[in-house]
Design a binder for this molecule. Structure first.
Ligand code: GDP
Ligand code: GDP
Length: 438
């Protein structure tokens, strides 16, 4: 299962971004930059006491007027309710409580989602504690005092957040069904694909309060085997502000991808591959998920014997950071090649759960080193001692070397290619950690 998702909600200036940056930046942020992908920090990976979670800042741009604060907060709260496992509702001890806080608290309470009521700017616990008690009036539990900017109370706060995560005992409800997220820009055909696979028109869930994200998971049985499709198309927002819409769609994508084994990145053949597609694919890559690029509406373009190759080369160019991704050309309209998608999904899952014996890996590395000398710097040459696989989903390898600094990105890439030549690993990212052994 994916990591828990924690969403931050609160009105402007209570300290949402300050808290986000403190948690994301200093308490270990393991998000690496993906080539060609730029984004502001809407989400980050956080680790606390061996629990990993994805943190999301639902706060968007500053509203121009006070009247729209309430509607904007409702919107944020709804996003959090739709996507998060735990909601952090931030208030400000200095501004005190306002009407909008009560409205949001009501909405959150009715959702039934766990809420951590956080009171920020408690820069001096002795002095401000009496004011913190006022926040019991919101009726959503015990207020947790913090000071984001002075980093006070953050340990207790994180304990409280983590306490709401589902217990991972490992045994109960071990869900073996492949989980497939279907992502992409609006109108590329995500819903059409799911509907076609389901075989009948599915009812799209409306965004009424209390609608949970699970409502848009669709179970599909193919050849007697069950798959869970996680669809980001179901909930649509009528927000007119472009930045807000984009933020929302990134949040939806991140949370869907987080819960998936394999991600179908749907591209519209009539439009071709775009930078926005790259941004979306980058989210799946960063998270180490299996990736299948699904070029949809293949029925709607003029084709000759070169078309497929031309598409492929353009896609490989724009999405150059995921050369391992599978590509499929389908039509939700005619159903062309859709059944084959299940075989590709199965293949990708098999690859991301593949375990290679250490002996075999080391043979390949020794051979690779013999064929291409490792880099050196100032007379010192990189020595590779040992490689071993430490995890699956994605397959993750540790390479022990004499000096980390000497391990160039390009040499890791070279080793990755040799490993791929030997074992395929099509459709899945591979991760490498370089460790020094003295
Ligand atoms: P956002 O609009 O909710 O994202 O709020 P920001 O994170 O931008 O913070 C708004 C203002 O509150 C900034 O001037 C911050 O420096 C300040 N601030 C944030 N956290 C604290 C805190 O713990 N104590 C105090 N005194 N100020 C804070
Ligand atoms: P979503 O926003 O990604 O879920 O996209 P929809 O499934 O709502 O599809 C957007 C539009 O593209 C609709 O008008 C569909 O009828 C059309 N569409 C979807 N798939 C195909 C396809 O394979 N071929 C053609 N010609 N049109 C398609």
């Amino acid at each position: 299962m994916g990591k828990p998702v924690v969403a931050i909600v609160g009105r402007p200036n209570v300290g949402k971004s300050t808290l986000f940056n403190v948690l994301a930046g200093e308490m270990i942020s393991i998000v690496k930059d993906t080539p060609g992908v730029t984004r502001d920090r809407i989400y980050a990976d956080v680790n606390w006491l061996d629990r990993d979670f994805t943190l999301i800042d639902t706060g968007g741009i500053e509203p121009e007027s006070k009247d729209i604060i309430i509607s904007q907060m409702r919107e944020q709260a709804q996003i959090a309710i739709d996507t998060a496992d735990v909601i952090v509702f931030i208030t400000d001890v200095r501004q005190g409580l306002i009407d909008a806080d009560f409205k949001v608290a009501d909405l959150l309470r009715r959702s039934g989602k766990p809420v951590v009521l956080t009171v920020n700017k408690v820069d001096n616990f002795d002095k401000f504690m009496p004011d913190v008690y006022e926040f019991y009036n919101l009726g959503i539990g015990d207020p947790v005092p913090i000071s984001a900017s002075s980093r006070l109370g953050l340990g207790d706060f994180l304990d409280e957040v983590v306490a709401h995560f589902p217990e991972h005992t490992g045994e109960e409800e071990e869900d073996e069904r492949p989980r497939v997220a279907i992502v992409g820009k609006p109108n590329v055909g995500k819903s059409s694909i799911v509907n076609r696979l389901v075989g009948k028109q599915r009812v799209i869930v409306s965004n009424v309060a209390g609608t949970t994200r699970d409502a848009i998971d669709t179970e599909i049985v193919h050849n007697g085997k069950e798959y869970v499709f996680i669809d980001t198309a179901g909930l649509r927002r009528k927000n007119k502000i472009k930045e807000e819409l984009e933020r929302y769609s990134i949040i939806r994508t991140v949370t869907a991808v987080e819960r998936a084994d394999v991600v179908l990145v749907v591209i519209d053949a009539t439009e071709g591959v775009t930078e926005q597609d790259a941004k979306i694919a980058g989210i799946a890559h960063e998270r180490g998920k299996g990736i299948i690029i699904v070029v949809n509406k293949w029925d709607a373009i003029e084709k000759n014997d070169k078309t497929m190759r031309e598409y492929e080369s353009k896609i490989r160019q724009v999405l150059s950071f995921i050369p391992y991704a599978e590509i499929m050309y389908v039509s939700a309209e005619t159903g062309q090649r859709l059944p084959k998608m299940f075989d590709v999904i199965d293949m990708v899952i098999e690859n991301q759960t593949l375990r290679i014996a250490t002996g075999v890996l080391n043979e390949i590395m020794t051979e690779a080193v013999a064929m291409q000398q490792p880099p050196s710097d100032k007379g010192k040459r990189l020595k590779l001692y040992y490689i071993t696989q430490v995890a699956i989903k994605p397959p993750t390898f540790v390479i022990f070397v004499n000096d980390k600094e000497l391990m160039h990105f390009s040499y890791t890439r070279y080793l990755e290619n040799r490993i791929r030549e030997a074992f395929g690993f099509r459709g899945t990212a591979l991760k490498f950690f370089i460790r020094e052994r003295k």
